[in-house]
Design a protein around this ligand. Sequence first.
Ligand code: ZN
Length: 464
Amino acid sequence: MELEFYGAAGQVTGSCHILRVGGSTILLDCGLIQGGRKAEAANVEPFPFDPREVDAVVLSHAHIDHSGRLPLLVKRGFRGDIHAQNATKAIAAILLADSADLEASQVRRENRRRREQHKALLEPLYDSEHVADVLEQMIGHRYDKTISVAPGVTLCFRDAGHIMGSAVVELALTEGGDSRMLVFSGDLGQYDTPILRDPVSPERADLVLMESTYGDRRHRDRQNSLEEFAQVLEQAKKDHGNVLIPAFAVGRSQEVLYHLGKNYDAWGLEGWHVFLDSPLAIEASEIYWEFKHLYDEEAGAVFQGEYSMPALPNLHLTRSTEESRVIERLKGGAIIIAGSGMCNGGRILHHLKANLSRRETHLVFTGYQPQGTLGRRLIDGATTVRIHGDEVSVRADIHTIGGLSAHGDQADLLRWYRAIEGSPPVYLVHGDIDAAEQLRRTLKEQGSIAHLALPERRIDLMRL
Ligand code: ZN
């Protein structure tokens, strides 16, 4: 009975851990490494195991840094079951399809350059057929149901409150008469986050793998963030401008819609047109609406009416490019939610191009903007930017609104862990070294045994 760390050990992305029990090999997640060309080159490396000998995969949630190498695993011969929560299966279908499209277009662009330079051509990491195979092998489950994964391994998903379908993974392991309870937190959401329920702590565990993305931080208060958002909308109304909100398709887009729906009267939104201008975010929203039985109580009350859409009479879902082009002509009165969240692609670029040089425009960032992205350059105060090869001057008012993160902060992580009986030992995954180390120290000060999960480190679960 052994656990080995492979991905998201000492870093945030590429989540993947290897569990060996009674002759079976089980993967926890199989995520894509993200964060710049150099880091991403590692995605193509061989796995440290034979994919044909993996018996099953347990997927914590649909985000690409947890699911994005599943098609590659299948491409390299994995034929076992992939266990996931039902909503995770639905969201993984759209995110993996999008990931394959993105991969195809990147390789096409790169190969055009390589052909001119007479260099060897690249092959995409995987394509849509591999994604179809993944979905064929994926089995959806309800929360709180016990599932047999392999001889001596049973699984139960608990709500992790991070995105729709996200799960804390409880694994009951038995080998030669010994048993252990292993808990993998997946990604944990904030408590009291809208739409989603609070993260559920398991009753007990012998070992916990816990994420540590914000292990060294406290989020700004959500209420302050919402007041800030309301003020931006008020100012934009006075300025007769448009409001642009770059947003991630899954999670953030739905949360922004939720706040607009809930505060429709209080924020005086009747004069606005709200556009969700992203086919991927529209699909993700439809999945959210389909799984409304998983909402928390408050969201159940706000998202009512036909199809359980947000109560926003002025919401337009713009799927086609033609519809999207029409929005570009609006000089004011439009709240436009579009991807990508970091402005490194997608329809938001067209809207930025049309609106950035106007003083009356308000641009609202709700998510973290990494170095090297257009979003980051705008936040850092660039006076001109290049979009689709054109120079665009920046005169718009730019706002960053924190406090709406899908990840719990240090207090949330500790609260989740503290509710587990007996303070079991912890290995910290899914965090940069600094964040994980800060959380490790805090846990240690509070009397718990905590370690950083390091790549290729093996743990004998029998010796716990
Ligand atoms: Zn996630």
